[in-house]
Design a protein around this ligand. Sequence first.
Ligand code: FDA
Ligand code: NAD
Length: 436
Amino acid sequence: YYFPNSFKYLILGGGVAAGYAAREFVKQGVKAGEVGIISEESVAPYERPALSKGYLLPKNAARLPQFHVCVGSGGERLDRSWYEKNGIELILNTKIVKAALESKTLTSEDGTNFKFGTLIIATGSKGLKLRDFGVKGDEAKNVLCLRDIKDADQIVEAMKAKKNGKAVVVGGGYNGLEVGAALRLNNLSVTMVYPDPWCLPRLFTKEIAEFYERYYTSKGIRIMKGTSVIDLESDSNKEVKRVKLKNGRELEADIVIVGIGARPATGLFQGQLELNKGGIKTDGLFKTSMKDVYAIGDIACFPMKMYNEMRRVEHVDHARKSAMKAVEGIMGKGKGKVVEEYDYLPYFYSRVFDLSWQFYGDNVGETTVMFGDRNPAAKKPKFGCYWIKDGKLMGIFLEGGSAEENKAIKELAWLQPKVGDGKELKDNGVSFAFEL
Ligand code: FDA
Ligand code: NAD
């Protein structure tokens, strides 16, 4: 493998999972030149969650190289010199446009071929566009999205150019909520538009969402829910000036930010690998349906042991852990070591304004139990929610928890104790997590 563009282990994608995989290869012991990373991005892997949080702050904003992986999980920071020092080839600004898996070859936009012994696919997700929903006009230069550092720089520039201007945020999911808060902190006037009856319905119950919607309103953010964008009207300068909604309203806009969901980037592998739930199907060590090909992070649809179901997870904790597990499996195989299959407890979190929440487990079940103080005007709001299915505790959400409390709810979600109708949970709130 010691000739150009040929690698014993090749990682496709240069995001979170790729960075954590690289660190694990080094930890497991690889020789210089054996590992390559190909990324469309122009920088070494970084902690993507920073883009919608620290990166957009009006003061002391985070900038690279501060948040290269693996600082987000308290690990060593892998800047470019780390890859050089460890003999890992970082092939940046390189988009792969063809993957011939049988012949173990990837081809880039400029026609360069890359050969691999083992391939790890870590292409992550691509954001949906309004045009995917038939809305015209989203090519305008002030219609922005947030997936990578280029996008984040465009948002920072736009916030400067449209100082104190009007922003319309389309989508009430993770990105919409985080970017909406950041725009407001930068003193833009913000209107959020989403079709759902409440924000982040993927996770939040009506009661949880109600708190955040009231909090956002108290910060001066206008929320228009239950409606969607049907048209974007540009001026002669090719900038959107008006956003038309299905409910007949029209919003003035200086910037439009679109965060309407993402899809796994599996396009290169259609017809070559078995797919499931929109992702690439893998086993418990992230091996795909083809020999020597692995898939990690957002694109992997893997057996989630805990819930006995194939799942995809679009969150950073899984990106990190799936990467480490896959490499452990690959390297263990060579050494004849038995590596245990991935056993994952879902963990999601967010931080906006002075708020911070964590969630562990599965948000399923016939009963939800709310506890704590959900007054958005409280000095430090602290509340949570338990999900109960068939008398078993399945998921826990906690806003404003301390480090010990967050640790305790994580353990509780692993344990899945029997809690009957949940009365005890209601009475004890988060203290219940310390009682077991
Ligand atoms: P990731 O998207 O990180 O990386 C994919 C890489 O592949 C990119 O470098 C891309 O350029 C490259 N690529 C794709 N196709 C290619 C091709 N054909 N050729 C070359 N390169 C190619 N999660 C969470 O738990 N908490 C949080 O707070 C946040 N916050 C957050 C903010 C923002 C703005 C985003 C967009 C996402 C989050 N997430 C999150 C989600 C989290 O960041 C996400 O789950 C992980 O980044 C997934 O890691 P992957 O490595 O799978 O994909
Ligand atoms: P999302 O799936 O969280 O939210 C999508 C939202 O889009 C929905 O809640 C809905 O309100 C809205 N929507 C759907 N169709 C629409 C339409 N036609 N018009 C208007 N709104 C529409 O996706 P996202 O917020 O775009 O985030 C993208 C990716 O980044 C996801 O994988 C997400 O997990 C990840 N992310 C995670 C975090 C975090 O974990 N804290 C933060 C930011 C981003």
